[in-house]
Design a protein around this ligand. Structure first.
Ligand SMILES: Cc1ncc(COP(=O)(O)O)c(C=O)c1O
Length: 388
């Protein structure tokens, strides 16, 4: 296929947008399962069985410390105001995000968590055509939805130190490429791409195809905010940056996220009507969270401390991990099938990721929990791993 011209990069035809709306049905369904747990790992029945007081849930990349008390207060205060549609509140929220990120409000697409942005982007590429290039062992939100819609995904191997191979990805971009998906820090390895390298990559690659940067965990990285890539959206490049309130803001259950992107692309996605279901309580909680900068800093410190505890746990267990993790999790080689390890951990009241990234069947992802949950995880893992 031929590469789209600059003009058409963000202006699918009316017919395309109708197709996009149809593809969105697939996306919406898959979006349900694309979040932090893999679809196969979490069924409603499986979740029903889990009592968070009895089981340390270290599999879902949630913030175990919960949301800002100011967000909770905002929800309480606004609970009686649910009879109105959310358009004015969405606008207010988008303006707040735009000011924070240095973009125009119309470049902000607000959704229920960032999963719908990932899915909508996959659908958008599917309509436009071309392959999605990403890395092996990365977050499935974009590639899985893309593949379900029939888009071919090219997974470039990781580097020896388990990072994205940016050079190989840049070299692979060609006339058959529709877009590139980058998760930074990557889930599950936790690796970040050095900001200067990522900026040079985006500069180069976004001149050819849209580049999607998923920053779900970036605010927990040591060098945050150096790695924030919204300046490319400000500059009007075909770059999409996705962020979420599910992680550092502790609102995974409330669902709130946003994408920064060219205004016409945001409008195309908005016009499908499939993303317009953001709820009032999420928006008011999100705005209160953004105002509560002290809570944000406290959460950042706590998540970084939790991550350090997980790193120390792996060292004590003598197990290798993907080096220098920068998200809310470690990716650890347990030296046995991760599926069996996860089952044995579950027997001991700890839920970790089992077999999710098939290229590394002996690797598990373990997320930050409360201190006592990490200690419980440590003890359980020690028992299992010293007996193999
Ligand atoms: C890298 C990444 N991106 C996006 C998401 C989507 O999260 P949410 O829909 O809760 O914003 C997740 C969830 O775990 C994630 O790990």
């Amino acid at each position: 296929m031929t590469r789209p011209s600059e003009d058409t990069l963000f202006s699918p035809s009316r017919r395309s947008m109708m197709l996009l709306a149809g593809a969105g049905a697939v996306g919406a369904a898959t979006a349900l399962s694309a979040c932090s747990e893999s679809a196969s790992a979490v069924t409603p029945a499986a979740n029903d069985a889990i009592d968070p007081d009895a089981i340390a849930i270290l599999s879902s990349n949630e913030n175990p410390y919960g949301p800002s008390p100011k967000a909770v207060e905002a929800i309480r205060a606004e609970a009686g105001n649910l009879y109105r549609y959310t358009y004015p509140t969405v606008m207010k929220f988008a303006e707040m995000i735009a000011a924070k990120e240095g973009v125009a409000p119309e470049q902000v697409l607000v959704t229920n968590g960032s999963t719908p942005i990932l899915a909508a982007f996959s659908d958008w590429v599917n309509v436009k055509g071309g392959k999605i290039i990403t890395s092996a062992i990365t977050y499935e939100g974009v590639p899985r939805v893309a593949e379900q819609a029939g888009t071919e995904v090219v997974y470039m191997p990781l580097t020896a130190d388990m990072g994205y191979d940016m050079e190989a990805i840049a070299t692979r971009v060609s006339a058959d490429t529709g877009a590139v998906y980058i998760c930074n820090p990557n889930n599950p390895t936790g690796k970040t791409i050095p900001p200067a390298q990522l900026k040079a990559f985006i500069e180069d690659v976004s001149a050819k195809v849209p580049v999607f940067i998923d920053e779900a965990y970036l605010d927990m990285a040591d060098d945050y905010p150096a790695g924030v890539m919204s300046e490319f959206v400000t500059a009007g490049k075909p770059v999409i940056v996705a962020r979420t309130f599910s992680k550092i803001y502790g609102m995974a259950g409330q669902r709130l996220g946003y994408g920064l992107m060219p205004a016409d692309m945001a409008m195309d996605m908005r016009n499908t009507g499939r993303l317009s279901n953001v709820n009032h309580l999420g928006l008011v909680a999100g705005m209160a969270s953004l105002d509560d900068t002290a809570h944000f800093e406290d959460m950042r410190a706590k998540m970084i401390r939790g991550r350090a505890k997980l790193i120390a746990m792996a060292a004590d267990l003598g197990r290798p991990i993907a080096p220098d993790p920068q998200g809310s999790f470690i990716y650890m080689d347990v030296g046995m099938p991760a599926k069996d390890f996860a089952a044995q951990m579950m027997d001991r009241g700890v839920k970790v990721v089992g077999e999710r990234w098939s290229e590394k069947p002996n690797w598990t992802r373990i997320c930050v929990g409360l201190d006592h949950e990490i200690e419980k995880c440590h003890a359980a893992a020690k028992e299992i791993l010293t007996s193999i």
